[in-house]
Design a protein around this ligand. Structure first.
Ligand code: G3I
Length: 315
């Protein structure tokens, strides 16, 4: 039976999963990760608090374990993430604003240089927007205004000219104020000649919130700018306990995301935000919610897995 990645590859896309260092010693987990998926994204190990916990002191050991796994299994790696307001070590926010740009440029340069050749795409800037489409406050925004985004992209491109560079956010999957803001931002970046290859749509969906409004049309408008689109962190949570209705809605959401990506030529692939409920971020962040992933806690495929397979043209 073809894997999800093989099915996706036949359609010109990849199919990937997030993972994290504490999960890799789980042999049953690693076996599926290494076989079913053609791309992996480190859930935490390339974030600033891990890679530069003190200024100028870089530690890439955890991220290297992820790129090693990928090399051993013939997978590509999405680097996640260079500039983000969260999981940011305290020293960055404590800098005088006049020193933030140099610190950011150095961080981007060191990390993107270290992973040159091992990371094929970077979430250079993660989650720059508030829900209403205004720019989110962060040490970077405070110091540089929205120019921090162009500066980060230019630094990443200088360090690794081959990597595909993305801006990534959540709740931009459908048409709406937040995706309009992303559309305006990337249009302006392209007009200014800033190196930018794509937009990442995280796609942390929830059964109780409905499916994003016109996801395919939204993807297409970014593609029409000449950008790639990637679904970078797909999962579909629900209020527990799961029942057959919620499970059916979840399967339909996974199917619809897959169909939207298949329908848009510039949608390059889909990454699930880990493939199993065993290692989901959801229950600790949204108490009472979960069951968000393609496989259950015993690593058995759920109906959503079959729905994705079918959408990808599998049996
Ligand atoms: O490493 C410490 C460990 O030492 C400590 O014992 C433990 C106790 O809580 O915490 C561990 O850190 C946790 C870390 O994951 C590593 O497991 C943090 O508390 C926890 O908050 C952190 O959660 C991560 C979250 O980002 C933080 O924002 C999730 O694993 C990760 O999946 C999630 O991923 C984000 C994407 O980066 C961006 N998009 C949204 C997505 C989901 O929130």
């Amino acid at each position: 039976q073809a894997t999800l990645h093989e099915l996706a590859t036949a359609q010109g896309k990849y199919f990937g999963s997030a993972t994290d260092n504490p999960e890799l010693p789980d042999a049953a987990y690693a076996a599926v990760l290494g076989s079913e998926f053609g791309q992996i994204t480190p859930g935490n190990s390339m974030k600033w608090d891990t890679t530069e916990p003190a200024q100028g002191q870089f530690n890439f050991a955890k991220g290297d374990a992820i790129t090693d796994f990928a090399q051993q299994h013939g997978q590509t790696v999405r680097g996640h993430t260079l500039v983000w307001h969260s999981q940011l070590p305290g020293w960055v926010g404590a800098l005088p604003p006049a020193q933030v740009e140099a610190a950011m440029t150095n961080h981007v340069t060191e990390e993107a240089t270290h992973y040159r050749g091992a990371v094929s795409a970077w979430d250079v800037v993660n989650e720059p927007f508030n829900e209403d489409g205004t720019f989110r406050t962060s040490p970077f925004y405070t110091a540089m205004g929205s120019d921090y985004i162009a500066k980060a992209l230019r630094a990443a491109h200088a360090a690794d000219p081959e990597a595909k560079l993305y801006v990534n956010d959540y709740n931009i999957e459908g048409l709406g104020a937040k995706s309009d803001a992303m559309y305006a931002l990337v249009s302006e970046l392209l007009a200014e000649g800033v190196p930018l290859d794509g937009v990442g749509m995280q796609a942390h969906l929830a059964v109780q919130y409905g499916f994003p409004y016109q996801m395919q049309a939204n993807m297409q408008r970014f593609a029409d700018l000449g950008l790639d689109v990637a679904v970078t962190e797909l999962d579909v949570r629900m209020q527990l306990p799961a029942d057959s209705a919620k499970t059916a809605t979840q399967s339909s959401y996974y199917r619809q995301v897959t169909e939207a990506c298949l329908a848009v030529e510039r949608c390059v692939g889909i990454t699930v935000w880990d493939y199993t409920d065993k290692y989901s971020w959801v229950p600790s962040t949204f108490p009472g919610q979960g069951a968000a992933n393609l496989y259950d806690e015993n690593l058995l495929p759920k109906p959503a897995y079959s729905a994705v397979r079918t959408a990808l043209g599998g049996d």
